[in-house]
Design a protein around this ligand. Structure first.
Ligand SMILES: [Zn+2]
Length: 261
């Protein structure tokens, strides 16, 4: 850490967060449009399909330079993607502050970016890509062998199995009880990823935060003009992800405070 001044590290973390946010936006857009995700190619305006020049795709900055509108057709563009980029920027700085310049920071930067991308996709489509959930579970499990901070591999493995298992039971229970789908299979796989990130010991905290914010979110959803009252469908992935990311940043101090009470 001494080799690189802290300020330089934070500037680097900010730039990396924004760039990853830009990549995440491209992934989200292409995944939803069912386009090949890894094929190189420039972004297009969703309204007029004009190919965007590089200067129109600089994270956050382009949005403000263009006033949130396409240069060619003047339709609104990029508002959602700016939210993705700002979320990734905030996450990168938060884990930089929490972990310092370390492998822990790099791994959590990537895993958090995956959760952010998954959350935006879930909001839009009620689906979670396997590339994110299964890929993230694999990455988090592999990281548990290497990282010194966070769960050891037994804890990560137990978290993945218990998180996924619990949601699998809930999915089947709900199906038997209500004769309809409540939880998606994507949520089960997401819980494997989250369990591997928090470990079994951190899982209750992450689920509790996810359930509480999800309950608040559900009420907001139901009352919103586009909602359908009690029949409104709510994506759970974003709230579970929020619970996981809150645990990564604040789980330990809050748990200590809780035990002290
Ligand atoms: Zn356009």
């Amino acid at each position: 850490m001494d080799a690189i001044p802290t300020s330089i590290f934070y500037i680097g973390a900010a730039i990396l967060g924004l760039e990853l946010g830009g990549l995440a936006s491209i992934f989200i857009q292409r995944w939803i449009d069912e386009l090949p995700v890894l094929k190189p190619g420039r972004s297009r305006c969703p309204s007029c399909e004009h190919t965007l020049a590089w200067r129109d795709t600089i994270p956050v900055l382009s949005y403000f330079l263009l006033g949130g509108r396409c240069r060619h057709c003047d339709n609104p563009i990029g508002g959602q993607y700016m939210l993705v980029e700002i979320s990734c920027l905030a996450w990168s700085l938060a884990v930089a502050y929490h972990f310092g310049l370390s492998l822990e920071w790099g791994v959590h930067l990537v895993l958090g970016t995956m959760l952010i991308a998954g959350s935006f996709i879930d909001f839009e489509t009620f689906l979670l890509p396997n590339r994110i959930t299964i890929g993230g579970a694999g990455l988090a499990l592999a990281a548990s062998f290497v990282l010194t901070e966070g769960p050891d591999w037994q804890d990560a493995m137990a978290g993945a199995l218990f998180g996924g298992g619990l949601f699998w039971i809930m999915q089947h229970g709900y199906r038997l009880w209500r004769k309809e789908e409540g939880l998606g299979t994507g949520d089960i796989k997401l819980m494997c990823m989250i369990g591997a990130m928090t470990g079994l010991s951190g899982l209750p905290f992450a689920i509790l935060v996810g359930a509480l914010t999800g309950a608040v979110g559900s009420i907001v959803y139901m009352l919103s003009p586009s909602g359908k009252g009690m029949k409104t469908r709510i994506p759970f992935g974003p709230f579970l992800s929020l619970g996981c990311m809150t645990y990564i940043l604040y789980g330990e101090p809050i748990s200590r405070w809780w035990i002290a009470l």
